[in-house]
Design a protein around this ligand. Structure first.
Ligand code: DD3
Length: 330
C-alpha cells in the first residue's frame, strides 16, 4: 500500500490493486479504447520494452512485467482469461487441433482457438512509480499486530506522510472516468456510494465477480476511522449493494463475500463485493473484515476500531514494516 507522490499523469490501465499515483485521468471525451477493448488501444503495447519479470504464476496464468513504454516506467500485467461456457461450441467447431499424444483411451492436443476466443487481459500502469514496480515483485510478508497506540504513533503518521493519491477514485466519483461502468450509484453525499466492477474483473463471467463500492464521503481513510456515526453509511452500502448485484447479475447475497481490507490498498473508504468461491486476492482472514461483522462490532462498541488491535500482513519492502521494526514492534 504506500506510494510516493510523484506528480505525473496520463496513462492507460486496466486491472488490480495498489495505491496509484500514476493513474490515467481518462475522460469520456478522450479518444481511447474504452472499456470494451478494440479500437485504438491496439498498438499501445507494441513499443513496450521489457526490463524484468516481476513475478509470474503458472497456476494463475499471470505474468507481471516491468519495462519502458515511450521512455516511461511501466508495469504490464498479463492474465489468461477463463474459458466461458458460451464459447464452447465455437471452440470445438472453429479451432485447429494438433495431436500431442495418443495412448490407449487418452489423447492430448494443442488446440488453436480463433483469436477472439484467445484473449489475454492486459493491465497497464504507466507511468508507474517505484511503488507500483515493488508492489508486483514477489515478496515475503510478515504479520503485524497493530494496537490502537501503534496506529496513532506509527501507521497514521506513515500514511499521512505518504500522501497517497486517490485521484482515480475522485475521477470515478466525479464521472471523469469509468462512468459507463457504474452498476449502481446512491448520490447522497453522506450515505452515498458508487458501485462498479473492480479492475481485476473482466466482467466476462460471474464466477470471478469483483465489484467495489466507493463512498462519496472523502474523509474516511480506513476501518480505523469508523465509528457509530458511520453505521447508516455501512448499512446503506450493504443493503443497496446487495440489491444492485441481485438486479444486475442475479446473484443473491448468499453468494457474496462483502468485506473491507485492512490495510487497504488506497485510503478512501471502499467495500469489496466478490463472489463466494472465488478466492480473490486479499480475501483471507489476515486482511478481510466482513462488512456484517464490522457493522455488529460497531453496534456493540462504537469505538471498536479505535481501540482494538488489528492484524495485517505487510510485504518485506513496505515502508510501514520498517516503521514497525524501528519501533520495536516486530
Ligand atoms: C490500482 C488499486 C488501483 C495498479 C492497478 C490498480 N478498479 C484502480 C484505477 C482505476 C482501479 C480499480 C493501482 C486504479 Cl492495476 C495500481 O485500482 C480503477 N478502477 N481497482 C477500478 N474500477
Amino acid at each position: 500500500m504506500a506510494d510516493h507522490s510523484t506528480k505525473r499523469e496520463n496513462n492507460v490501465a486496466a486491472s488490480d490493486e495498489l495505491s496509484p499515483k500514476a493513474k490515467k485521468t481518462k475522460t469520456e471525451h478522450e479518444n481511447d479504447r474504452g472499456e470494451n477493448g478494440n479500437e485504438s488501444g491496439k498498438s499501445v503495447l507494441s513499443g513496450f520494452q521489457t526490463a524484468s519479470v516481476l513475478s509470474d504464476s503458472a497456476r494463475e496464468k499471470t505474468i507481471f512485467v516491468h519495462g519502458k513504454l515511450a521512455d516511461q516506467n511501466a508495469v504490464v500485467i498479463l492474465e489468461k482469461t477463463p474459458i466461458r461456457e458460451e464459447a464452447l461450441s465455437e471452440i470445438f467447431t472453429a479451432s485447429t487441433l494438433e495431436l500431442d499424444l495418443r495412448n490407449d483411451i487418452y489423447s492430448t492436443y494443442r488446440l488453436l482457438a480463433p483469436p477472439h476466443l484467445n484473449e489475454i487481459k492486459a493491465t497497464v500502469v504507466c507511468p508507474a512509480t517505484d511503488k507500483h514496480v515493488k508492489k508486483y515483485q514477489r515478496q515475503e510478508s510478515f504479520l503485524v499486530d497493530e494496537t490502537a497506540d501503534d496506529y496513532e504513533s506509527i501507521t497514521l503518521p506513515f500514511i499521512q506522510k505518504q500522501s497517497f493519491s486517490v485521484q482515480w477514485v475522485y475521477n470515478i466519483l466525479e464521472k471523469k472516468a469509468e462512468s459507463e461502468r457504474i452498476v449502481f450509484e446512491d448520490p447522497d453525499p453522506m450515505l452515498g456510494f458508487v458501485l462498479l466492477p473492480d479492475f481485476k474483473w473482466d466482467q466476462k463471467q460471474v464466477d470471478n465477480l469483483y465489484l467495489i463500492a466507493i463512498t462519496h464521503q472523502r474523509n474516511i481513510k480506513s476501518l480505523r476511522d469508523l465509528t457509530l456515526e458511520h453505521l447508516p453509511l455501512l448499512q446503506n452500502i450493504l443493503q443497496k449493494g446487495k440489491e444492485a448485484i441481485l438486479q444486475r447479475y442475479s446473484l443473491p447475497a448468499s453468494k457474496l463475500r462483502i468485506y473491507l481490507h485492512y490495510q487497504p490498498s488506497y485510503y478512501h473508504l471502499h467495500v469489496h463485493f466478490t463472489k463466494l468461491g472465488y478466492e480473490a486476492p486479499g480475501c483471507g482472514v489476515e486482511r478481510a473484515h466482513l462488512l456484517t461483522d464490522v457493522i455488529q462490532n460497531l453496534q456493540s462498541n462504537p469505538r471498536f476500531y479505535k481501540t482494538r488491535s488489528l492484524s495485517f500482513p505487510l510485504r518485506a519492502d513496505d515502508g510501514l514494516l520498517s516503521q514497525f521494526r524501528e519501533a520495536g514492534r516486530l
